[in-house]
Ligand binder design. Structure first.
Ligand SMILES: Cc1cc2nc3c(=O)[nH]c(=O)nc-3n(C[C@H](O)[C@H](O)[C@H](O)COP(=O)(O)OP(=O)(O)OC[C@H]3O[C@@H](n4cnc5c(N)ncnc54)[C@H](O)[C@@H]3O)c2cc1C
Length: 438
């Protein structure tokens, strides 16, 4: 049965590769068409937080050796997650045991992984499946449902299932669901990273390099600070850049061998200035701007920004998908950012893409084995995916709005609730035991 199903995946990112791994492992014919010519093109070296949904999905999609490689190459997720004021006064600390359980099982745990390393693990063993330099332009459909993909290099490929995994600006979505919109949230993020070395550890407060911190100033903006610290013994998968804990100037964005602390300052565009001026700024100018906007903050937070190499600093305008009415199921479907792109404020975009890959793979494998028909398999996937995918979009948009809110009263109330959770441990446990799992 599996020989009859031919799945074409457009986009070899987080979700597309995880799907391909699962289908390939089950013997289902799958091809991934990725526009990048090289494995590292367009990949930036920020950490990705993998939550229990993402961990379970990776465990199910990856063959055992690659799952072990994923676990072995993760950085420490930190021992706790904290909310602090801009003066680094602690509002609430959520310990790791609360979110991962006392016996830390890698399958249900939180992980911190370099985006490049994750991509390398997901791409491994896909020779003959993953095709680089294939920029999808459009598809055509024959009467029998066969889909033909047309690429920018003039070549074509055929399949009987087409999966759009081509990210937020999906061209497949543009043709298949042209009414599905992405909108500007008005939020802008400026992010950078500071190499974590013996020298930087001497002045960085321990709290900033032992776990993620959500910095909550009085109103109007926010900052997320998270370490990505590699175990000195951890293997490096095809490392790019130096492995002495420092960054060479030209590899600062693409290094997956060094430890670092990443920071992301977020505010509404009205606070940061006109978009045309912002997008013309280089890393040094963006870093200076954050310096000016954080005047009066704790000196260590200001130094974290000021000492980050300018090559690591970039601007990210935050856009999000808008939910659309349910469409009729066909043999074309979508996963990840291609259908439900969201703000990065809950750190759940990649985790939701992995969850999609896990569910879609399960259903396509069942169809390939004749346990269900193809359209029922895709319909079941879409029904669940639309539900949890757009719930994630809603949550992450709400968090983005709260982060940049200028309402001082609601900010004060939020801080008061964090202090209350901190003071009443059973309440804290009830509220935070599923942190990152939704
Ligand atoms: C700064 C930042 C931090 C983040 N941190 C986290 C985090 O901690 N945790 C988390 O869960 N999520 C995080 N996210 C979100 C996460 O990165 C995305 O949600 C996730 O990568 C989506 O996966 P995907 O497979 O849908 O798309 P992608 O990973 O974007 O992959 C899409 C692929 O399609 C390819 N492609 C695009 N167009 C074409 C075409 N025409 N033809 C062929 N190929 C094409 C692209 O080259 C790319 O390889 C973060 C995002 C940002 C911006």
């Amino acid at each position: 049965m599996s020989k009859r199903l031919r799945v074409a995946v457009v986009g070899g990112g987080t979700g597309g590769l995880a799907l391909a791994q699962a289908l390939h492992q089950a013997g289902v014919h799958v091809s991934v068409y990725e526009r990048s010519r090289l494995r590292t093109e367009r990949l930036q070296g920020y950490r990705v937080h993998i939550n229990p949904h993402g961990s379970r999905a990776l465990h199910e999609c990856l063959p055992p050796d690659l799952w072990r490689a994923f676990v072995a190459t993760c950085g420490s997720p930190g021992s706790s997650f904290s909310f602090v004021t801009e003066q680094l006064a602690e509002l609430l600390r959520v310990e790791e045991e609360l979110t991962s359980g006392p016996a830390r099982d890698p399958v249900t745990a939180h992980h911190s992984v370099s985006r490049i390393t994750l991509h390398q693990v997901l791409s491994a063993g896909l020779d003959g499946v993953l095709h680089h330099g294939k920029e999808f332009e459009r598809y055509t459909r024959a009467d029998d449902g066969t889909v033909t993909l047309h690429f920018a290099d003039g070549t074509t490929a055929t399949a009987n299932v087409l999966v759009a995994a081509d990210g937020a600006a999906s061209r497949v979505r543009g043709q298949y669901l042209p009414h599905a919109e992405r909108v500007d949230t008005g939020v802008r993020t400026i992010a950078g990273k500071l190499p974590l070395t013996e020298e930087t550890k001497r002045w960085l407060p321990t709290q900033l390099h032992t776990g993620p911190n959500n910095v909550i100033p009085p109103a109007g903006c926010g900052m997320f600070v998270a370490p990505h610290e590699l175990d000195a013994e951890a293997p490096v998968v095809n490392g790019i850049g130096g492995n002495d804990g420092t960054f060479a100037e030209d590899t600062v964005l693409f290094d997956n061998t060094g430890s670092y602390v990443m920071w992301a300052y977020a505010a509404d565009h009205t606070r940061l200035g006109p978009d045309a001026e912002l997008s013309a700024m280089d890393g040094a100018a963006l870093r200076d701007l954050v310096g000016r906007l954080t005047e009066g903050w704790h000196p260590s937070l200001r130094r974290l920004v000021a000492d980050s190499p300018e090559q690591s600093v970039s601007l990210l305008p935050i856009r999000t998908s808008v939910r659309i009415p349910r469409w009729e199921t066909t043999n074309i479907t979508l996963l990840g950012d291609a259908i439900h792109s969201m703000t990065p404020f809950r750190g759940i975009g990649a985790n939701t893409a992995l969850r999609d890959a896990q569910l879609l793979a399960r259903n396509l494998i069942a169809a390939a084995r004749g346990e269900t028909d193809l359209l029922s398999a895709i319909h079941d996937y879409e029904t669940h995916m639309i539900d949890y995918g757009f719930a994630a979009v809603r949550m992450s948009r709400r968090t983005a709005a709260q982060t940049v809110s200028t309402n001082r009263i609601s900010r004060s109330m939020f801080k008061a609730s964090l202090r209350m959770f901190s003071a009443i441990p059973p309440l804290k446990r009830k509220v935070f035991s599923d942190l990152g799992s939704k």
